[in-house]
Design a protein around this ligand. Structure first.
Ligand code: GGG
Length: 356
């Protein structure tokens, strides 16, 4: 029997609801496989925890998390705690502390999903975003000057290292090569960001020389956002900085009909540290507790996690069952469906058993 240690952080709002369902699905996978056992260690680190303890997670939080096979996260953020406190107190220290420098986010229109875009074929939307995940605009450095005076200034720094930039761009090209994909598009803004994005472009141009068979293009992030809407079929792999990648992938999930669809793998490719899997979406306080959160993004994140754990058959089985549910209209109200979160899980589990 292979024991798989999962550290689970449901977090806030609908994060708690979708992670509860994710554990039910993993228990079903366990039964189907027969040779694995998921051992869950769950932590209540969240905004509620912050209000009680003055911190989002204990000081030795990373130490507590470090010995596991993967981390499963729901969502972070809730009214009552400023968003920069919750994000910087939990999600970002894990991504940075465990050098999860690849944020892998597939954007794929599965049969049954209705894109708000006019498309000639569902396959028009089928690409991956590879977002830099440990530095750049998220480096957290900056300062205030002349506070509370008319000359008040906020300075937010963006640190781009050669190592950090090169490794994510190279990963994007390697991904394209491994999957026989035609092109890699880099999101830039070097017309106005005259240090960071000029540097990003320089590294992109260096790395692309090693991949002559792959089309490589730099596109300004504003134009690139427009092209997501107007010509999504042109993309195979998109590589972007931390902030640009974050914005692009919310847009990407919305192109699939809901922010509740896309998964996110925070990957340490060398497997020196655990990787973390989460839905792209946040805690959605407006629908928290109503039982109608869309669990698709979290289930899709499990698909990525199972693959990362070298459980490829289980990953494929879960993806196929998820596709079946969507095709059959077993979806939550955000996608026009009449199923609640638990009903989607129940239907998914019965399809898992049937497909097996
Ligand atoms: N599912 C994790 C979560 O809460 N995401 C919301 C969010 O604000 N994410 C910011 C980011 O990915 O940088």
């Amino acid at each position: 029997m292979r024991n798989i240690g999962l550290k689970v952080i449901p977090g806030d709002g609908i994060g708690i609801e979708v992670i509860h369902e994710a554990k039910i699905v993993l228990k079903e996978i366990e039964k189907i496989h027969g040779g694995i056992q998921f051992i869950f260690d769950e932590y209540e680190w969240s905004c509620e925890y912050y209000l009680k303890h003055g911190e989002m997670m204990p000081k030795d939080g990373l130490k507590i998390l470090e010995n596991c096979d993967s981390i499963l996260l729901g969502a972070v953020g809730f009214p009552g705690v400023p968003d920069h406190i919750s994000l910087r107190g939990l999600l970002l220290p894990i991504r940075m502390g465990f050098d999860q420098y690849i944020n892998f986010r597939p954007i794929k229109l599965l049969p049954g999903l209705k894109s708000p875009l006019v498309l000639s074929s569902p396959s028009d939307i089928d690409f991956v975003c590879i977002r830099e995940n440990t530095e750049g605009e998220y480096c957290g450095k900056g300062y205030y000057k002349n506070e509370n005076t008319p000359e008040e200034i906020a300075v937010q720094e963006a640190w781009f290292s050669r190592k950090g930039t090169e490794r994510v761009i190279r990963y994007a090209f390697e991904y394209a090569k491994k999957n026989n994909l035609k092109s890699v598009v880099s999101g830039t803004k070097s017309n106005s960001l005259n240090y960071s994005m000029v540097f990003w472009d320089k590294i992109f141009n260096e790395v692309k020389e090693d991949y002559k068979d792959i089309e490589a293009r730099s596109i300004l992030i504003d134009a690139l956002s427009g092209l997501f809407i107007l010509k999504p079929q042109m993309f195979d792999v998109v590589v972007a900085s931390n902030l640009f990648g974050d914005i692009l992938t919310d847009l990407g999930s919305a192109m699939l009909g809901s922010i509740g669809i896309s998964p996110s793998g925070n990957i340490n490719p060398e497997k020196k540290y655990p990787s973390m899997f989460e839905p792209v979406h946040g805690s959605a306080p407006d629908i928290a507790g109503k039982g109608i959160a869309n669990p698709i993004a979290t289930f899709w994140a499990l698909v990525l996690m199972l693959e990362h754990l070298d459980l490829n058959n289980m990953s494929a089985l879960l993806m196929n069952s998820l596709k079946d549910c969507i095709k059959d209209g077993i979806v939550t109200p955000d996608l026009g469906g009449s199923y609640n979160t638990k009903q989607v899980t129940r239907e998914l589990c019965s399809r898992l058993m049937r497909q097996h």
